[in-house]
Design a protein around this ligand. Sequence first.
Ligand SMILES: *Cc1c(COP(=O)(O)O)cnc(C)c1O
Length: 402
Amino acid sequence: MKRKSGQDRDITKNWKPATLAVRGGTARTEYGETSEALFLTSGYSYDRAEDAAARFAGEQVGMTYSRLQNPTVEMLEKRIALLEGAEACRATTTGMAAMTAALLCQLSAGDHVVAGKALFGSCRWLTDTLLPRFGIETTTVDARDNAAWEAAIRPNTKVFFFETPANPTMDVADLAFICGLAKSHGITSVVDNAFATPALQRPLDFGADVVAYSATKMMDGQGRVLAGAICGTEEFILNTLLPFHRNTGPTLSAFNAWVVLKGLETLDLRIRRQSENALKVALFLEGRVAKVLYPGLASHPQHDLAMRQMEMAGPIFSLYVGGGRAEAHGLLNGLQLVDISNNIGDSRSLMTHPASTTHYGMAEEARLEVGITEDMLRLNVGLEDADDVIADLDQALTAIGR
Ligand SMILES: *Cc1c(COP(=O)(O)O)cnc(C)c1O
């Protein structure tokens, strides 16, 4: 394969993110195809037995088996690494595979993890249920409270794990402080950046060590495939993550990698328009419901911090309709355009009731502690005309007497 278009760091180093999103990582075959080739192959053949031996020994460049390498998946990994400003990236089957691998590849029995309390439901399951089963202790802290991170550190603390903005409470964590604190204690910071994507926030610029993604969300962006990614230094990806990833096998399929490559081409456009739409919708809702939590609104308690870390506030926010589950479900059931759906990052507007869906598996006490109440809803604002989304919410709110 030719390594021309966007594969070479010398060519790409002056490219801006929108250019990298379209061209970064592309490797053309001898046919000169403009769109990325889709390599649906599980294996690779060798001209001579000695070539096979040399590739397995790492003495010859080339691929051996698609659990280990695939040209389409590699294009995606290079593109995401370039967008993130990371030395290296490894793609995974799902966002949860990325989170699990990013943690388990570096943790052993006897280690300690400090994690933000407000995490994606399955991420809380990792910290509260899975890790302790293998003798890895976890402490959860209010990720907004810098002093709480410092107080939670123990001699055996190995990893800090958090998301910002957090799902679905929209808590914003201070990237520079938390990642700097981690660094000064030899702790690895792992940031789940699904809500912002590298188009709006680049945690590595604030000192993060590892950035992990659900690429299912904004990176695909059109609700088609599940995917994930882990970004970090070459040293971390090659020596810490790859042994775990290659041998346990959460490898992204070439087809799904190809879909996400196509998604990335429009990431910059989509996330900016969706952020603009979300701000309009949030401003409308602010006057109509008990509370709106959107980092892009001046009313968000950490608006200033959010806007120092993020270029725009993204497509997702939470709202409290007032009352309880009956009102929240009533609003959902009255929607005519916005879908009732627990996905996010889609080009369609989607709304869900976290307490009974995405965070159903979290203990009620833990839910309430972070503010996931029965009247809370989470909205992903899509690419539709914001006025149509507002009109739909308006009629659904009117129907429940708001
Ligand atoms: C969706 C999501 C995940 C999990 O990603 P999947 O692709 O669904 O496995 C993890 N973290 C956050 C913040 C998410 O929104």
